[in-house]
Write a protein that binds this ligand. Structure first.
Ligand code: SF4
Length: 349
């Protein structure tokens, strides 16, 4: 064991956040090494203490789907290689899915659109949800780069937070400028919304230096949630050839996020996507279920076909992971409670 790694983990156990240099060292450890295992274990115990052994579920609904001008080289919807047809989910369907998320213990929902989207339509949708859902249910926007005035309008409509990322290799693997992405993040904070972010979309080709650089935006600025998300290789996309990272590698990145954000007072949870148990044993305490609670007698495994909205299951061409599945994984991992997005316990698991 590298004594430097042991010393970094001991300091982190005592509350000292890791530096960029230390994060790079920890991300350079081979994913199946003893050092990486100890890193994940340290992040697990630190995170359980920090968040009171409670987990958070936030649903996701892709409400607007179309060939997207963002044209990201990894994305299912990139204009250059997608086959999707434009479609929009009805407000009734969105509401129904939100109620099912709520029934399964989710404390809010991310509403996802393409880079360009109909702002007035989206605002109206948020207003309808706000009127129909309990006050504590978070309505979180995952939309393109928008202005401060638009963010203020979303807040007025009942939106409480926004997911936004300056992605790994932004501007190289996407048609967007890193500066525009960062400016939107600053505007989210200026508008008084909670900022949700992640290290994403992680692929095997990303170096420790690139990962650290991307993670640190969420260390330097006050995010409500940080985490890590793997990139699923979309057939026909330019980055398909790289394949995907293992859950061990994804969890190693989650663990580094946990140790880097020890002094970030606004941080209330650390997410991992795709939802998986390895992440839960490495410091993650938040999942993004892809469907809410199944009704009695309903098959729990629903194949994502892209008809009527989307979730990350569409990328995997796989069944949706439900709130029931997520609670099951949290229970198996020994979590005791579900919490709300601000960190308060809401119910026992
Ligand atoms: S990742 Fe987002 S911005 Fe990029 S192509 Fe996909 S939907 Fe568009």
């Amino acid at each position: 064991m590298d004594p430097e790694v042991t010393s970094i983990l001991k300091d982190a156990e005592e509350g000292r956040p890791i530096t960029r240099w230390e994060a790079k060292l920890l991300l350079s450890l081979p994913e199946r090494s003893l050092g990486a295992a100890l890193l994940r274990s340290a992040a697990n115990s630190i995170s359980r203490r920090r968040f009171g052994n409670a987990g958070l579920l936030l649903g996701q609904i892709g409400v607007d789907m179309a060939p997207c001008d963002g044209d990201c080289a990894f994305c299912f919807f990139a204009r250059s290689h997608t086959r999707v047809e434009p479609s929009i989910l009805s407000a009734e369907e969105v509401l129904d899915r939100c109620r099912r998320y709520l029934a399964g213990g989710a404390q809010g929902v991310f509403l996802m659109t393409m880079h360009r989207f109909g702002f007035d339509w989206f605002c109206d949708l948020c207003e309808r949800l706000r009127a129909a859902m309990p006050a504590g249910f978070e309505i979180l926007a995952n939309v393109g780069d928008i202005s401060l005035i638009q963010l203020a309008e979303l807040r007025e409509a009942g939106v409480t937070g926004a997911y936004h990322v300056c992605r790994l290799r932004e501007g190289i693997d996407s048609h967007m400028k890193p500066e525009s992405r960062r400016r939107t993040i600053e505007r989210i904070l200026e508008a008084g919304l909670g900022w949700y972010t992640m290290c994403e979309p992680v692929g095997p080709e990303h170096t420790p230096e690139e990962l650290v650089e991307q993670i640190w935006l969420g260390v330097d600025l006050p995010c409500t949630q940080h985490g890590a998300m793997q990139r699923f290789p979309v057939p026909g996309s330019p980055l398909h050839r790289h394949g995907r990272v293992t859950l061990e590698r994804l969890a190693q990145i989650v663990a580094v996020v946990v140790l880097a954000t020890l002094e970030n007072a606004e941080l209330k949870s650390v997410a991992v996507n795709v939802s998986n148990s390895v992440g839960l044993f490495s410091g993650a305490n938040a999942f993004f279920p892809e469907a809410g609670e199944p009704e009695a007698g309903e098959a729990t495994a629903v194949m994502q076909t892209g008809e009527g909205g989307f979730t990350t299951a569409l990328w995997r061409q796989s069944s949706e992971i439900t709130t029931a599945d997520c609670r099951g994984m949290l229970m198996e991992a020994g979590f005791s409670h579900l919490m709300d997005a601000r960190g308060a316990p809401v119910r026992a698991l």
